[in-house]
Every structure is written in C-alpha cells, then in structure tokens.
Design a protein around this ligand. Sequence first.
Ligand code: MLT
Length: 326
Amino acid sequence: MKRIMLSLVLTFGFLALTGIGGTQAQNYPTRAGTVIVPFAAGGPADITGRIVADIFSRHLGQQFVVENVAGAGGTTGTTRAARASADGYTLISGHLGTNALAGVFYPNLAYDAEKDFEPIGLIAEQPELLAVRKDLPPNTLKEFVAYAKANESKLNMAHAGVGSVSYIGCLLLNSAIGIKPTLVPFSGTAPAVNAMLGGQVDYVCDPILGPLPHVRAGSIKALAIAAKKRSPLLPDVPTSAEQGLPQFECAPFYAIFAPKGTPKPVVDKLVEALNKGLDEPAVRARLESLGATVAEPGRRGPKALAELVHGEIARLTPILKAAVAK
Ligand code: MLT
C-alpha cells in the first residue's frame, strides 16, 4: 500500500512539475496561450511575434496573445519564458540575441540558450540597416566612418539593450570603425527609431523592418545594409561590403521557442502550425514586404533551429568577444 501511495505521489508530482499530462498534451491547446515578445511593441521582434501569434491562433484553434516583456536586452522576457510551465501555453518569440548570444554579454544569465528551450522553428531572418537621423551630415557609409571618427565624443548610438540585435549589429560596426560612441538604451528599437526621428540620437543598427517605412518616407537615412546583397525593398542602399566594411554583416534570425520539457505532441502541433502559416501566401507576402527572408522548408523545425542556434553561438561568440575587448 505504502509503495502504491509513493508511486502515486511521484507520478502526480512529476505531472505537476512538467505541467501537462499525456491526455492534455494530445488535446492541446484547450485554452489561450501567450507568446512573449521580449522587446517593446512596434519593433521587428514585436511585429514578427504578432504574425506568429496569429498563425498559432488560426491553426491551433485557440487565441495566442502577445505579451511584451522588455528589459535587459530581451533577457528579462526570455528568462520568464525559460521558467514558465512546459505546457505549450507560454512561448517566446526570440532572436539571435536573446536565444543564442545573450550569454556572451551576461555571464550570470538565468538561462542557457541551448539547454533551457525546445526550439520550435525559424520564422525569418532580417538584415540590419545602418540608419541615421535625417540631418546627420554623412550620406554614405564611407562618409559615416569619417564623420564618426571626427565626432566620436558627441556621437549617440541607440540600441535595444545590451545583447539585443541592434546592439550586436552596431557593436560589429563600431569595432570595425574603431569608435566608442555614447550608447543610449531603449526597451526596443521602435522607441529607439522614434528618438532618432525626434533628433535625440544619431544612429541605430536595426533589422530592416523597423526603419523601412521611415527611410521610404525620407524621415531618416539608410546608409548601408549589413547583408551580402542589397534588399529589393531598398535597392539604392548599398551593402556594407560594397562600401568597404564587410565586418558589418548582421542578419539576425527570429524564431519560436518553448520551455524545455514541453511534451513532444505539443511541440509537434506548434511546429506543424508554424509551418502551415509560413506556407500561406499572405503570411509570406507580409513578411517579405517587411524585408524578412522567410524560412524555407529545409530550414524549418526544431532540429534545424537547434543547429542554427548552435552554429551562430560558435561563429559569433569569438567575434563579439573580440569586439567587446577592443
Ligand atoms: C526590437 O524588436 O525592438 C528589436 O528586434 C530588438 C533588438 O534590437 O534586438
């Protein structure tokens, strides 16, 4: 009898810890879910996360709502996701910074990007733009380099927190130029770009989605795209390599993760829903119109995302450490 009681206690204890039983996993989802976006509303992470929350809502038959949990370069919201119940009702729409490279910048990070999540799938990659305020004198990357060197002490760079992709992109740029401007943190690049529109900061390195409408409206200037090729959306903006600064290359991934231990049937349902959504012409058209490169079938799913995270950590950690130490 004692043994039976013990085994019942252990079983229920396990289910309580994992947060979801077998039948529940099979029936998933039976209630609304949350997609944490670890940055302010209106920026690339938020817009991408909302597109995916909508995909899950439509394909899983329950509402998935976005919760913006900004702070500490996206690590506050990502920590919350890592600690959430592994039941598929709390997901994180993260990126290269939060879900791969944060550990480079935060030695005491509360989560391990590779060990504490179940990768669901890559959504898209978004090349960064070097965008400057409209009345900053330089009009090309070469002119920016000369201007930045001559005016380093009064130059202000906006970013979305240490370890965010806007921080990482501009870190590569600044270290290639050899400057240390004043860094001005925001809770996301939407407020950073707003500050630039108001003339309070000089430049930002932001995934194209953020500055694109303002560049088109002529209210800020795009001097370079940090990618191997130009974007069809801004064909007149040369790449950084074309302008002699190939080190400034940054096209961060945006992807969905669940807490570690999320049951396989739940992961499978999320993967299937995401893939269905990414195949929808309207979703593809929307992401592409924002400058994103949508994940093609061969790059989708948990395994491909785990490899991408691992590969980016291995590739960029030494480069970023060297840039920080400069
Ligand atoms: C945002 O959505 O605000 C950006 O993607 C944040 C970042 O720079 O990492």
